[in-house]
Ligand binder design. Sequence first.
Ligand code: PRP
Ligand code: URA
Length: 206
Amino acid sequence: MLHVLSHPLLDSKMAIIRDKNTSTKDFKEIVDEIGMLVTYEITRNLEVKDKIVETPFETITCKTLATDIVIVPILRAGLGMVDGIRRIIPQAKVGHIGLYRNEETLVPVEYYFKLPEIKDSTTCILVDPMLATGGSCIKGIELLKSKGVKHIIYVGLVGCPEGIKAVQEAYPDVDIYMVKVDRELNDKGYILPGLGDCGDRLFGTK
Ligand code: PRP
Ligand code: URA
């Protein structure tokens, strides 16, 4: 299911990172802040379990997360949101998936994959700011499933209808959380209006 995260704070921050004149430093800081803000929404449906707590006055039954969480950024751009998510879920472990798109075919090429221990109850938050053709996200989900991950949430900043449709068709069981859904892909596989090349803008490369 697609969830578009609409909020005035997110809108304001997206306006800054879409601006081509925003510096690398500001771009990274804002992506970090957006990572923090979206965490509240993307974890809304996680399972909880009872926990007995003694307050200074009484013993009560509280709720606590029933799942351990693994954040899995797709390198490089996914790294930009990890610190923000970890600030809200400090107990989360972090795995990494290294993918780059072949510039001509746009097919993702895998160069790194490492996960911490995965249990049946683990929830993986797959993080990649841009969902363009959907190829990287689909490859990321495929790799996670190959390691037995049963619960996957994908979170990104900007998607487009073509990529979202591709992921939904390939993996209808994965919830997709996006801040914005833009108009279209151009013939080079970039999202319009988009925010440019997210990895380059985060890391100051070209
Ligand atoms: C970008 C982006 C996504 C991918 C999305 O990565 O960070 O991973 O493209 O495109 P897709 O939906 O068409 O697969 P890129 O290959 O540029 O690598 P980078 O993050 O290292 O810059
Ligand atoms: N990757 C990016 O970084 N930006 C796009 O618009 C598409 C893919």
